[in-house]
Design a protein. Structure first.
Length: 156
C-alpha cells in the first residue's frame, strides 16, 4: 500500500481529507513531532512483529518502547520485529510510513494502552511524510483493532 491506498481506505470512513502531508520527513517519532508541532509522546508509532508466522502490528505512544516481558505475556512469543523488507512485504507499507490502515486482512492490529492518556494522537498514513489526527476511539475503529494491550514501558 501507500499514501494513496490509505487515502482510499480512510475515504470509507469519511476522514481521508483529514490526512496531513508534509514537505519534510515524518518517518521517525521526533521528525513527526517536529512536522506536526506536537509532543513526541502523541505520535502513534506502529511497530511490526512476527509472532510464529503471524504479522502483528502494535500501535503505541511515541515515548514508549516494547517491554519484552509484557509482550511475551500477552502474545506468548518473543517480540521479533520485522526487517524493513519483511515489513513492506507483510504490511504493504515501508518503514517510516507503517500504519494500521489499509493492511492485509491477515495482519492483526493491537493498540497499546499508552495511547489512552491522550485525547488525540497522530499515526502515519502509509508514507514517510504523512499523518492524521485521530481520537483513540477513531483510531480503534479505523484500524479495525483486535483490542487494547499493555505491552510497553516508558522510554528513558
Amino acid at each position: 500500500m501507500s499514501l494513496n491506498g490509505v487515502k482510499e481506505y480512510l475515504k470509507v470512513f469519511g476522514v481521508d481529507k483529514r490526512i496531513l502531508e508534509f514537505s519534510v520527513s515524518s518517518a521517525t517519532v521526533s521528525q513527526a513531532a517536529q512536522a506536526l508541532g506536537c509532543e513526541p509522546c502523541r505520535i502513534a508509532k506502529t511497530l511490526s512483529f512476527d509472532c510464529g508466522g503471524q504479522t502483528i502490528l502494535v500501535v503505541t505512544a511515541g515515548d514508549c518502547k516494547i517491554s519484552n516481558a509484557k509482550y511475551k505475556a500477552v502474545f506468548h512469543c518473543k517480540a521479533k520485529m520485522l526487517t524493513p523488507e519483511e515489513a513492506l512485504k507483510c504490511t504493504g507499507h515501508a518503514v517510516g510510513g507503517i500504519c494500521p490502515f489499509a493492511v492485509p486482512e491477515n495482519v492483526k492490529i493491537y493498540l497499546d494502552v499508552s495511547l489512552r492518556r491522550f485525547k488525540t494522537v497522530f499515526p502515519a498514513c502509509g508514507s514517510s511524510n504523512s499523518a492524521i489526527e485521530l481520537t483513540t476511539e477513531e483510531l480503534e475503529q479505523y484500524a479495525k483493532s483486535s483490542g487494547w494491550v499493555d505491552v510497553c514501558s516508558p522510554t528513558g
